[in-house]
Design a binder for this molecule. Structure first.
Ligand SMILES: [Zn+2]
Length: 311
């Protein structure tokens, strides 16, 4: 395993679990559109699935890994288009697959307004990546098993408890297997930014993100699937989560104190960029995409914390 923990497209990691052995492969055809395919003796499932324009390529990648086997489940961590737009292409290829998501995600994907946004974002992604024309299947998005926090989903070889980890979005969830001490994480808990650090992608709430990271830190974790990244193991899981919490607190202080000192939005953006837009992230994420998210972070932090006398 490389120290970056990142699984590039079609890279596989083999895991000897506590009760079950499995392989994890990143079947995402492009950077930013990752999907992680888990294969064990009796169970196959995909965690998140990226953009629409390259979804057929993802289906091919899944077929390459699974051969004649079926895909049993798709698990979705939240309702953002870059995590679920591949779903209808995969459900068309594997009609028996069951899509698992929480109620918020299930409600969002059937709303006309949300579909419009997803179509627009997917088209923008295609342009950014210079991708090919593609069939629009947004209307075929579906969720088959709607879950809520603390539900247990039994996938056969894996039993996952649904953990609400709001902060990136209100609907962000992770999946935790107590038997395997395996956490399928989400962007609230952080994405890898190099130098053995995670950065929480907190967009909708500061305190709720810190609380979510604390909830994850309280779990027994031997392995953690990090969104857009790959699988971390051992002690490193907790140290990565702690780095995410530390960085979230530091970032919030710098932004909020900077705002109080009268720094402009551009100056605040520069502060975040210095912290989070590392050379590692720079190699993976276009600057415009970073700036867009950073803008949301800044207004969230200022709105929530600027007038808080205790912060
Ligand atoms: Zn997201």
């Amino acid at each position: 395993m490389n120290m970056d923990t990142r699984l590039d497209c079609m890279e596989t990691m083999e895991v000897k679990g506590k009760n079950v052995d499995y392989k994890v492969t990143n079947v995402g055809p492009v950077i930013g559109g990752e999907g992680f395919l888990f294969v064990s003796e009796n169970t196959t499932f995909l965690l998140d699935n990226g953009f629409a324009f390259c979804a057929e390529q993802m289906v091919e990648n899944i077929r390459k890994v699974l051969g004649d086997r079926k895909l049993d489940y798709i698990l979705l961590t939240h309702s953002h288009y870059d995590h679920l737009s591949g779903t209808p292409y995969i459900t068309r290829a594997y009609p028996d697959v069951k899509v698992v998501a929480n109620d918020h995600t299930a409600n969002v994907i059937v709303r006309d307004g949300a579909k419009k946004v997803m179509r627009r974002m997917n088209e923008a992604a295609r342009e950014t990546y210079d991708g090919n024309e593609y069939e629009d299947l947004t209307d075929m998005l579906r969720v088959d098993i709607v879950v809520k926090d603390d539900d247990v989903v039994d996938l056969g070889d894996f039993r996952f408890k649904v953990c609400g980890f709001p902060g990136h979005t209100k609907c962000s969830i992770g999946f935790y297997s107590e038997e395997e001490r395996l956490l399928l994480s989400c962007e609230t808990l952080g994405v890898y930014i190099g130098d053995d650090k995670l950065a929480s992608q907190y967009l909708v709430g500061y305190q709720m993100s810190i609380d979510s990271i604390d909830r994850a830190l309280a779990l027994d974790i031997d392995r953690m699937l990090i969104p857009h990244t790959g699988l971390a193991e051992g002690e490193r899981c907790k140290s990565l989560l702690r780095s995410s919490k530390d960085l979230a607190i530091e970032g919030a202080k710098e932004i909020v104190y900077g705002h109080r000192e009268g720094r402009s939005d551009e100056e605040l953006l520069a502060i975040l960029k210095e912290k989070y837009y590392t050379s590692y992230v720079r190699s993976l994420q276009p600057e415009a995409a970073f700036d867009l998210n950073a803008g949301y972070m800044i207004s969230m932090l200022v709105n929530e914390l600027a007038d808080d006398p205790n912060f």
